[in-house]
Design a protein around this ligand. Structure first.
Ligand SMILES: C[S@@+](CC[C@H](N)C(=O)[O-])C[C@H]1O[C@@H](n2cnc3c(N)ncnc32)[C@H](O)[C@@H]1O
Length: 273
């Protein structure tokens, strides 16, 4: 019934999400739901499950309804006003770990610009135990969320509120600057799924000044003095941005390369001076 309802509403993974939502309404995980198929369900639980399914039917993102999304194997709290961590961003974390390994075992100063839920900064703080991670964010809702995630996951990060470019400049230098900046063009809004377009924060999605490369350009132009000698800038890019941003980095004198996702798109720019 849950599956058929969500299918009618256009939810792609209707069966899986229906099961997850029913399990959430019963206070179980999906595995326990299957192990307790004979468990009697009371009226309040049915009402709760129905409410959650109706919300999902209105295309509210699953992660906002359950309040959580997994990133790099850890649960991150999320809610309205905060971008839901994406699996592709794990590639940025992989690259940061690779660069950190090259730099060797030492206290690395790491900056995460536009931290959102804190998924990148917290993961790096937990994976790179010697790193000193500073997260920069403009949105008060995201800052609260990142603070909560850091506490729940036991990560020590510093969170700095304000415009990322100004605050980062004031705290520099860093050995590693990472960012998953907003890179969607407003003209592309109609192509986004309703879950994204109607529910996720505009500040996290859309590039400023109608320029999808705004943040890549700003960081490539301005961050050279914010990096310590041997430092690296790592940027997540949209799947059509790679070649353009790589050329820009080269023209501005960076030694740059792209890490590719499984579909072969260059999704992370790695730039060194
Ligand atoms: C694409 S989201 C990335 C969030 C998170 N790092 C992730 O990967 O899931 C971009 C983030 O940048 C923040 N942001 C946008 N403009 C900013 C600015 N001028 N200064 C600091 N943060 C900004 C947004 O609020 C949002 O949290």
């Amino acid at each position: 019934m849950a599956r058929a309802f969500l299918e009618r509403k256009g939810v792609a993974e209707a069966r899986l999400e229906g099961e997850l939502l029913v399990a959430h309404a019963l206070g179980l995980d999906r595995l326990k739901l299957f192990m307790q198929l004979d468990r009697p369900v009371d009226g309040a639980e049915i009402d709760r499950a129905r409410d959650l399914l109706v919300r999902r039917g209105k295309r509210e993102p699953l992660a906002y309804i359950t309040g959580e999304r997994e990133f790099y194997g850890r649960p991150f709290k999320v809610g309205p006003g905060v971008l839901i961590p994406r699996p592709e961003t794990e590639l940025l974390v992989d690259e940061a770990r690779r660069v950190a390994a090259e730099l060797g075992e030492r206290e690395l100063r790491v900056a995460d610009l536009g931290t959102g839920s804190g998924c990148i900064a917290i993961t790096l703080a937990l994976e790179l135990t010697l790193a000193k991670v500073t997260a920069f964010e403009l949105s008060p809702a995201a800052i609260l969320c990142a603070q909560r995630n850091a506490e729940l996951l036991g990560a020590r990060i510093e969170i700095v509120e304000g415009d990322g470019l100004e605050t980062l400049a004031a705290r520099a230098p860093f050995d590693l600057i990472v960012s998953n900046p907003p890179y969607v063009m407003r003209s592309e809004a109609a192509t986004l799924a309703p879950e994204v377009r109607e529910h996720e924060p505009e500040l996290a999605l859309f590039a400023p000044e109608r320029d999808g490369d705004f943040w890549a350009r700003a960081l490539l132009e301005r961050s050279r003095s914010w990096l310590a000698p041997g430092g690296t800038l790592l940027l997540e890019l949209g799947h059509q941005q790679g070649a353009r941003v790589l050329a820009l980095a080269g023209a501005l004198g960076w030694r740059a390369s792209l890490a590719r996702d499984l579909a072969g798109h260059g999704r992370v720019l790695c730039a060194r001076l």
